[in-house]
Design a protein around this ligand. Structure first.
Ligand SMILES: Cc1ncc(COP(=O)(O)O)c(C=O)c1O
Length: 394
């Protein structure tokens, strides 16, 4: 159906103008319906199981999901919570990060990474990215450490693990915690180990568009540290360990049993879906080679890591012109992220300026995300790459 639904018979002039300028996409950037159709019975059985139990808060489903995620990630503990953002906030709080502390992270990420730091009262200290992987450049971390630094948050952006070994070494040298923001990278491996198992804490998101997406918001924290896990379990239920008794104050940040049951139904499919994403990526690579689209830089896959392709992000000349051309032909694309965090008004008080992180700024100007999801039809991929080829031949 077009953006102007038939239930709205009188589009305004402005709507008409938009409709004329931008034809509706020929296919969606992300299609969640196809996947749901393939596992509808499993999902509906999970929903029904919870409804029959009328156990909605924590309980068996949540505990079972935590155990399953812990074994997938090879972490001793997994603590679920309300969202990926909450996972980051709770992690920082459990580590005691607060007022006057500094946390090092990347400016080229979703806002939640640095937002969580600032909302704890601490200062996000940005370090520029590596131009090839789009992840934080480990070489920039030590020069950014001060006596106020408490933690580093590397982000495994788009599904590609950050270069963790030098980050972990810098953290050891300066006694800093490492919180892996693995929101986009569940199941990805670095040096043969799952992301989320290597840092002090790992944070995951079950936002519907993630590789393991729920039917709403949800998050998970993984750790090898049992004391941190106990603290986190306390923080997510208002701080209580014993009902209605509070030695510390926490918040309400729990994963719903309904979400847990749905995620448990989806979890056994994750390895297959990840393989399918990798096949889609490799089909894109073949098509780019076939069309000799050498001006476009494809996502890097360093040999010590696996990429789980939450997004397929390419670097391309004349990005904005290209995107307009693609949407004119009904080809969907997205920009992750058009403004790096150090230039966002919300972080103006950090006093960063244009030019401070040139590689993150260039990535924001030059990258484009192409459609990718496990069931993406090859015909759609062919349409995307044909349109790109057409643009660069004009
Ligand atoms: C890198 C990154 N960090 C954190 C988050 C926050 O997760 P959520 O949307 O579940 O709060 C997201 C997801 O949107 C993300 O992509």
């Amino acid at each position: 159906m077009s953006a102007l639904s038939s239930s709205n018979p009188a589009p305004s002039q402005a709507e008409n103008a938009i409709a004329l300028k931008e034809p509706a996409p020929l296919f969606p950037f992300l299609d969640l319906k196809t996947q749901f159709a393939s596992i509808r019975h499993e999902i509906m059985a999970a929903v029904s199981r919870v409804m029959e139990s009328q156990q909605f808060i924590l309980g068996e489903e949540v505990q079972a999901l935590e155990g399953e995620i812990a074994s997938l990630i090879e972490a001793r503990e997994a603590i679920s919570c309300a969202s990926g953002t909450a996972a980051l906030e709770l992690s920082l709080e459990a580590l005691g990060v607060g007022q006057d502390d500094e946390v090092i992270t990347t400016p080229y990420t979703f806002v939640a990474t640095a937002g969580a730091i600032a909302r704890q009262g601490a200062r996000p200290v940005f370090v520029d990215i590596d131009s090839v992987t789009f992840n934080i450049d480990p070489a920039g971390i030590e020069p950014a450490v001060t006596e106020r630094t408490r933690a580093i948050i590397p982000v495994h952006l788009f599904g590609l693990p950050a270069e963790l070994n030098p980050i972990l070494e810098a953290a050891r040298r300066h006694r800093l915690a490492v919180i892996e923001d693995a929101a986009q990278a569940i199941g990805a491996e670095y040096d043969g180990k799952k992301v989320g198992s290597l840092g002090t804490l790992g944070c995951f998101s079950f936002f519907p568009s993630k590789n393991l997406g729920g039917a709403g918001d949800g998050g998970m924290i993984t750790t090898q540290d049992r004391d941190l896990a106990t603290h986190l379990r306390q923080l997510r239920v208002h701080g209580s360990q014993e009902k209605y008794h509070y030695k510390i104050l926490g918040t309400n940040s729990r994963l719903d049993a309904l979400q847990a049951a749905i995620l448990r139904a989806k979890l056994p499919h994750l390895p297959g879906w990840t393989r399918q994403r990798q096949e889609v990526a490799s089909h894109y690579r073949n098509l780019f080679a076939q069309y000799r689209l050498e001006q476009i830089t494809l996502p890097a896959t360093p040999p010590d890591r696996t990429h789980v392709y939450n997004q397929f992000v390419v670097r391309c000349p004349r990005r904005d012109e290209l995107r307009a051309f693609l949407s004119g032909r009904g080809i969907p694309s997205e920009i992750y992220y058009p403004v790096p965090l150090h230039l966002q008004p919300a972080f103006a008080d950090l006093n960063y300026h244009e030019g401070d992180f040139p590689r993150a700024e260039a990535a924001s100007r030059e990258t484009l995300a192409l459609p990718i999801y496990p069931e993406l039809p090859e015909e759609h991929q062919a349409m995307v790459v044909q349109a790109l080829a057409e643009f660069y031949r004009i």
